[in-house]
Write a protein of this length. Sequence first.
Lengths: 111, 114
Amino acid sequence: DAKTTQPTSMDCAEGRAANLPCNHSTISGNEYVYWYRQIHSQGPQYIIHGLKNNETNEMASLIITEDRKSSTLILPHATLRDTAVYYCIVRPSNTGNQFYFGTGTSLTVIP
Amino acid sequence: SQTIHQWPATLVQPVGSPLSLECTVEGTSNPNLYWYRQAAGRGLQLLFYSVGIGQISSEVPQNLSASRPQDRQFILSSKKLLLSDSGFYLCAWRPKGAQGQPQHFGDGTRLSIL
């Protein structure tokens, strides 16, 4: 699986957009980008995923650069409940079973 | 919609005692099922996965075993727990078929061995 690089921590003011970057410069053509978050003492929560195109759902937007070497997760209006560790994962769609969670970005939403 | 349930949420067991953790999925059929362990401050380690009833694959040698007696039921067991079995155990499911589908995780069981 391609390696990802994320900032260790970020702060965001409540009500503002939270933009979480992820670098995956070694991504292959068949690898998807997935985003999860984990609130302390809970299981990882799936947020969004994409292959090439930008994606949006009720939780967030995923912006993937044209060369696919980086992506940004956007939480449009951050709330205190969005405080969590956010994981960017890159893996092929059709091989293996393990989702490798790295160290992620610890996002703190500040009132 | 699909949901995944794990129980119990927390468990404290003495060394040498048996273990049974249960995971069930609702709202889907014939899912792939997974057991992970997350040690404190570390990433997730895949322990077992299953593509169907009675079909179990082990990813790492260990003191634990898994079983899938029904399509949407996945059980993690041990005959004799070790101190090193402490951790946060997560069950996940994933639909078959469409490419790129994510895994969906339960809320986990926090296991402490004394």
